[in-house]
Design a protein around this ligand. Structure first.
Ligand code: TYD
Length: 144
């Protein structure tokens, strides 16, 4: 759900030589890390994402520069701006996301709970909406 998509402050060790931030699998983030990937050399005006994941948990950090993430759980949308190396955005499964507004030189690092599997992607928005709403309907029927 959208409420679970939160920006978290990571530990920051600051001294005159500079700052240091760390992330330990399963500690500062709510899953164990199986994969790390990053987006860089993003041309101005580019849009990325445009999909959801069935099972994958992700944690996204603006390592350098800034960008926006539009999050959609099928019931609402919100836009989040990331621009600090010591902050990250948690994205649970079944969240549609679109990335845009990349500043020049920005780097988006993503920590992921699973290896890359194309079968985990939902790349069609109306299929995503159908799946989310039919799951919600099943849940409300089971509750009665
Ligand atoms: P995709 O996840 O669609 O990019 P975006 O970040 O814009 O959503 O991935 C783009 C391409 O890269 C796609 O062909 C799959 C490939 N890819 C991998 O091979 N491994 C990975 O870990 C990721 C994230 C993508």
């Amino acid at each position: 759900a959208l409420i679970d998509c939160q920006i978290c402050d990571l530990p920051k060790v600051h001294d005159p030589r500079g700052s240091l931030t760390f992330i330990e699998s399963g500690r500062q983030i709510p899953f164990s890390i199986q994969r790390v990937y990053y987006l860089y050399d993003v041309p101005g005006g580019s849009e990325r994402g445009g999909h959801a994941h069935r099972k994958l948990h992700q944690f996204m950090i603006a390592m350098s520069g800034s960008f926006d993430i539009v999050l959609d759980d099928g019931f609402g949308r919100k836009r989040v701006h990331l621009n600090r190396s010591y902050q990250g955005l948690y994205i649970p499964p079944m969240t549609w996301r679109e990335l845009d507004n990349f500043s020049s030189g920005s780097v988006c690092m993503v920590l992921a709970s699973e290896f890359y599997t194309e079968a985990d992607y939902m790349r069609n928005y109306s299929d995503f909406m159908c799946e989310v709403h039919s799951a919600a309907l099943r849940q409300s029927q089971a509750a009665h």
